[in-house]
Design a protein around this ligand. Structure first.
Ligand code: MV4
Length: 447
């Protein structure tokens, strides 16, 4: 394997190109007409324009990306996150064209994309799941009967869902029918699939996810957890590793469960098993993501690993060494997602041209970004413009380091989420680690 095409843009495209360069691999960027001046185009050895600005006409077009790979002689495609990274059909097209898709098999992507099937598979593998329906629920009447058995409150979820879409919390039976029907309607409109399943509602959970890596040759490792409870409308804003709510015993149990789940599907590559952790310390499988995630750097910081390099090496047929499990964890890492959004205006996107740009520096600071002074943020893509990642000896130090880094960050010309993060990092309940998935809406946006 010599040449890798990066089917993505923004910071993750740069991140993948950097890993390729360190491995001595040739890189091919693809870009839309809106990304002509993007850094991933300049950093790559070759670049191919694949279409107009809208993602649906460029980064989401399998045919254009495969054509770019054919023209340039790419051996493999790294999909990054978002776009085609969890598209089973795309990964199958890659292998039909003798191009290695850097990620798991099409079957695994498809299974994990069907949340109800994924849950069944995990349950079979012995992973704790939230009590609920056995697979999909065929009708409102069946649903109502089941919900009464499970006991209210319940959560109605769309099989094709994920990221909170097509999801309804139902507090008592009087709301069930309407919630069920609106979840079905929403799921049909959003995914073209109205299948629904039901489970017990876990109240005020934490979102804890385990990073796994499988070599597809019999070895699967876990790299500990990330705490991702700080989010707004299912968009994560800050992630950290390790979680203040996870001790070594719980880490090993969640890690073992994640490995069992991944091994049950012969998982190849980087994956994330998301869990809900309730206030009594019980954890439950929620979803499996079959891509590298935005927040992977916090795991890299506490393990010293390069997860993108590992993805590529596994795709090249290298094996993982099973000796280092559990992988040693050092210190604490926090990532703030800096979005071009105005937190004062309900996080409304704030595209525009970046004027002054001076990212922070000094010990324990990493800024993963594709922007620079003079860069025009296209309105066509998501609003994340930088990830500010800190690493320190412990959580308190990491928090202070992040406060310092945010204060140092100069980014003029557009509104950003930096002021939100400054407020969050000063919040006594955040500092105390008293966070759950409702923290932002309950403690921060009430004023
Ligand atoms: C839940 C839940 C409580 N109980 N399932 C949100 C996105 C999707 N992946 C599943 N989600 C949830 N599933 C049960 N049975 C609460 C959530 C949830 C949530 C989870 C993680 C992070 C943020 C969240 C915000 C609201 C709800």
């Amino acid at each position: 394997m010599k040449k890798i095409l990066i089917a993505n843009r923004g910071e993750i495209a740069l991140r993948v190109i950097r890993a390729c360069k360190e491995l001595g691999l040739q890189t091919i960027a693809v870009y839309s007409q809106a990304d002509r001046d993007a850094l991933h185009v300049r950093y790559a050895d070759e670049a191919v324009c694949i279409g107009p600005a809208p993602s649906s006409e460029s980064y989401l077009k399998p045919d254009c990306i495969i054509a770019a790979a054919e023209i340039t002689g790419a051996d493999a495609i790294h999909p990054g996150y978002g776009f085609l990274s969890e598209n089973a059909v795309f990964s199958a097209i890659c292998s039909d064209n003798q191009i290695k898709f850097i990620g798991p098999s099409p079957d695994t992507i498809a299974m994990m994309g069907d949340k109800s099937r994924a849950k069944d598979q995990m349950q079979l593998a012995g992973v704790p799941v939230v009590p609920g329906s056995d697979g999909v629920v065929p009708s409102v009447e069946d649903g109502k009967r089941l919900a009464a058995e499970i006991g209210y409150p319940v959560m109605i979820k769309a099989s094709a869902g994920g990221g909170g879409r097509g999801m309804r919390a139902v507090m008592d039976e009087s709301d069930f029918e309407l919630s069920f029907q609106s979840a079905e309607t929403e799921a049909q409109a959003a995914f073209g699939n109205s299948e629904i399943y039901i489970e017990k509602l876990i109240q005020n959970p934490r979102h804890i996810e385990i990073q796994v890596m499988g070599d597809g040759q019999g070895t699967t490792l876990h790299y500990g957890e990330r705490e991702c409870s700080i989010q707004r409308r299912h968009q994560k804003l800050l992630e950290e590793a390790p979680s203040i709510a996870v001790d070594q015993n719980l880490r090993e149990r969640m890690g073992a469960a994640a490995i069992a789940g991944a091994e049950s599907v012969d998982y190849e590559g980087a994956g994330t098993i998301e869990f809900l952790l309730d206030s009594s310390g019980q954890f439950y499988f929620m979803e499996m993501n079959t891509r590298i995630q935005v927040e992977h750097p916090v795991t890299e910081e506490i393990t010293g690993l390069d997860l993108i390099r590992q993805q590529i090496l596994i795709a090249m047929g290298e094996r993982l060494t099973p000796s280092n499990q559990p992988v040693p964890i050092a210190g604490h890492s926090i990532e703030c997602r800096i979005n071009a959004e105005d937190p004062q205006k309900n996080f409304r996107p704030s595209p525009g041209t970046i004027k002054d740009f001076h990212p922070p520096g000094g010990p324990g600071i990493r800024t993963d970004t594709h922007v620079y002074a003079g860069y025009q943020i296209p309105a066509h893509y998501d609003s994340m413009i930088a990830k500010l990642i800190v690493h320190g000896p412990n959580r308190e130090w990491a928090i202070h380091r992040m406060q310092r880094a945010l204060d140092e960050f100069v980014l003029e010309g557009v509104a950003t989420t930096i002021p939100f993060h400054q407020e969050l990092l000063r919040h006594p309940a955040f500092i105390a680690g008293e966070t759950d998935t409702h923290f932002v809406e309950n403690q921060m946006l009430s004023n």
